[in-house]
Ligand binder design. Sequence first.
Ligand code: NAP
Length: 308
Amino acid sequence: MSIIFQKIALIGVGLIGSSICQAVRLKNLAAHISVATRRAQTLDEARSISIADEYFLSGAEAVKDADLVILCAPVGAFEAIMKEISPHLKAGAILSDVGSVKGHVDKVVGPLVPAGVHLVPGHPMAGTEHSGPLAGFPSLFEGRWCILTPRADVARAAVDKLAAFWEALGSQVELMDACHHDLVVAITSHVPHLVAYNIVGTADDMESVSKSEVIKFSAGGFRDFTRIAASDPIMWRDVFLTNREAVLEMLGRFLEDLSVLQRAVRVGDGDALEDLFTRTREIRRSIIDAGQETDVVDFGRDHKPTPK
Ligand code: NAP
């Protein structure tokens, strides 16, 4: 593939930032990659796998002359990062991010964008429960959606260029209003994570069933929740702090439906249970048909233990 940007700079080089760097390298989408992160240890890890051309502990230095800057840190850190890098952004540059919440980006990043810089927020709908530069891999975005949420007044050429970049990384791109994005991900990602964190927490607090029994018999369904509940605590803390309204809206609906289900179990309404379980099975079928999951047992992940 051919170069889309002369220089790209990433602030944050965890799972997502590292995966972007690796895919950009592999596909030759930028002539120069510069990265910055907060801790020297993370920078050393990034350097150990040669994901960039330049490595910094200062965002201000990394973004110098960059044509594309992507914020790849937890959403809660964006405001402080912007205060540091904003005066150093090149006129004409595209500024984007990969944060899982988009209304918040508009609110905190928007006012700090200098004139002449094009803000095109983004959210690659791809990830794993692992964190850090070593968790990254170049095919992470292949066949996944990337949602871009530019405001209506942003230059179309900048949006098109960033869309072309994500398409070159292997993603399908969709444009969406930031608030609508936040509602969609509240039900498809944020509430499911909250449910997983809660169910694993409840099991951990149980007195009448021992922890060793929970672990031993986890294949009954619990194990699949633990994968989601192993996701990065800081990232997910920030998701719930910054997408509060949409999450509360969807959680309200979820709790109402859960009460209906609770009643069906209590009164032994087998028809209601069977009807719901038949509908939900269809949803999984549609996700597999849409290429967003495989039909292999255990969510398509192999059973090799994670290396220690
Ligand atoms: P990660 O693996 O934990 O990496 C986070 C990176 O951000 C690290 O380089 C970390 O640097 C840096 N960072 C953390 N706190 C910071 C702060 N206060 N100031 C500056 N830098 C800071 O996280 P990730 O999974 O790549 O997630 C990054 C972003 O992608 C998040 O906004 C998340 O919402 C979004 N996202 C994640 C997923 C997913 O499944 N993981 C999917 C889509 C989008 P140090 O290690 O040096 O502190």
